[in-house]
Design a protein around this ligand. Structure first.
Ligand code: SAH
Length: 459
């Protein structure tokens, strides 16, 4: 099994720094299932190719294990020749630093988009070329796949499910490695080396920043986790930072409209209108779900969305079609990149600010800074804050006990904790506060989400 990565970035040999493997050396790394060799078939300033050759030892794999499968199948199989989860393990072990997006020698190259081409020989795909395309094309790759006949001497046997796949795109190297790490085992639908709870964490870590937007994310999660429904549910429910309505939904049937998040957004809009807020901030606007309502509603005249995540802002820009709005809406919404934990003069002088499911994404140690940024410096007349109610989590059967609803949540508060915080903030900064539950109310644990509406004391 051979993976090659080629770049024509100039000077191309910078690839050696990014991969932490010297172009002049051939290196061999022992793995539990065989060996990985790294070498460079070409390394010039114009073009550089790194090769990862994996030799999987099928005998070593089964040694010492007693299994019910037929013996021949244990020794004669496609594992040594095809790309599978073994390749992901090898990438993580041999190119781990590059995979994590670190490079001490060339830090400026880590995020740089480079012209890259990856060739994998061979990839198994029961879904043929369409499956390969559906996984890689949405990520911006040009894909070519060459198939092979099962046996050249017997063309009537037809094609094998094996392909040499060539992917090319201009993107940071660590992104390419993460795409391969997740998607190669997805193509290989065979037995998996091991699937445990930590595979969910791996999927989320390596899928960070792209999997949540991938149109095939359901299929990817399901196949990556080898069809474990339990694990797939957990993964999907934690996948999308912005997609807060994909909370564990066993209580609320999927077709129930509006979803919890829609209800939340409508209640926030309601509050803003009640206070006759015309110039409004959406802080931590994510992909722009609230912005969409604010854009459409003529009672809002000027709307500013702020987020710390570039990809989220790019999504918002795209989803709201901000570059081709009808003339009467043109310029109504502005997107700003910034962090809520730093004072920002662009946020001053607004009627209201909404923070929908945002504060729980901030480190607790940064909450005091955030309080001053919003309540002391930006100081809008009205601030609407929503956040999960941690007590409600036990009604989500798919959520392990004590777990939070999303991998990026730093904390989740009970009703008492939220009320204590809100009252303290209101007192300190001269606001009054009212707290409401959001979503269906359970007699014991309350509502899934909670909202605090802060209004500035007059005078
Ligand atoms: N309000 C949106 C998104 C909620 S998800 C909605 O209701 O759909 C939380 C958002 O907070 C994410 O988009 C995340 O990027 C953003 N965020 C996290 N930390 C932030 C910070 N320090 N400053 C600004 N935004 C932040």
């Amino acid at each position: 099994m051979l993976l090659t990565i080629t770049t024509t970035y100039s000077p191309a040999t910078e690839l050696g720094y990014l991969l932490h493997k010297h172009p002049n050396k051939v290196q061999t790394f022992p793995l539990t299932f065989g060996q990985a060799h790294v070498f460079y078939p070409e390394a010039t300033a114009a073009r550089c190719t790194a090769a990862l050759l994996l030799s999987v030892d099928p005998v070593g794999l089964v040694r010492g294990k007693t299994r019910g499968d037929g013996l021949v199948d244990q020794y004669v199989n496609d594992r040594p020749y095809t790309a599978s989860s073994f390749l992901s393990v090898a990438i993580a072990q041999v190119f781990g630093t590059a995979l994590a997006g670190h490079c001490k020698a060339r830090p400026e190259l880590v995020e740089q988009r480079l012209p890259l081409e990856a060739t994998i020989a061979v990839v198994p795909s029961q879904g043929g070329t369409p499956l390969i395309r559906s996984l890689f094309e949405p990520l911006g790759y040009t894909v070519s796949a060459t198939s092979y006949s099962l046996d050249e001497q017997f063309p009537q046997w037809g094609d094998s499910p094996y392909y040499t796949v060539r992917l090319s795109a201009t993107l940071p190297l660590y992104q390419l490695l993460n795409h391969l790490y997740v998607l190669i085992p997805v193509l290989d639908n065979d037995k998996h080396y091991y699937v445990g709870d930590d595979e969910v964490a791996k999927l989320l870590r390596h899928g960070d920043g792209w999997l949540e937007f991938h149109p095939e994310r359901q299929l990817i999660a399901k196949r990556y986790l080898k069809r474990s429904r339990h694990l797939t549910t957990i993964a999907l429910s934690r996948l999308v930072p912005e997609n807060v309505d994909e909370e564990p939904s066993s209580l609320t049937p999927e077709n129930q409209v509006p979803s919890l998040h829609e209800q939340r957004l409508m209640m926030v809009v309601e509050e803003l209108k009640k206070h006759e807020s015309h110039r409004v901030l959406d802080l931590g606007c994510g992909e722009g779900r609230l912005l969409r309502y604010l854009l459409k509603d003529p009672s809002f005249k000027e709307v500013v969305g702020l987020d710390v995540s570039h990809p989220a802002l790019a999504r918002a820009q795209e989803r709201l079609h901000l570059d081709r709005l009808p003339s009467h809406l043109d310029g109504k919404v502005t997107l700003l990149h910034g962090s809520l934990t730093y004072r920002d003069r662009r946020l001053e002088g607004f009627d209201a600010a909404a923070l929908v499911e945002v504060i729980e994404h901030l480190d607790l140690s940064r909450i005091p800074a955030f309080e001053r940024v919003v309540f002391e410096f930006a100081r809008p007349k009205v601030v609407v804050v929503t956040t999960p109610n941690a007590e409600y989590n036990r009604l989500y059967p798919s959520l392990p006990q004590g777990a939070m609803r999303h991998k990026d949540h730093r904390f989740e508060w009970t009703r008492q904790q939220f009320a204590d915080w809100a009252q303290k903030v209101a007192r300190r900064f001269g606001y009054a506060v009212r707290i409401d539950g959001l979503g269906p109310q359970d007699p014991t644990v309350g509502s899934p989400s909670q909202m605090g509406v802060f209004t500035q004391h007059v005078g």
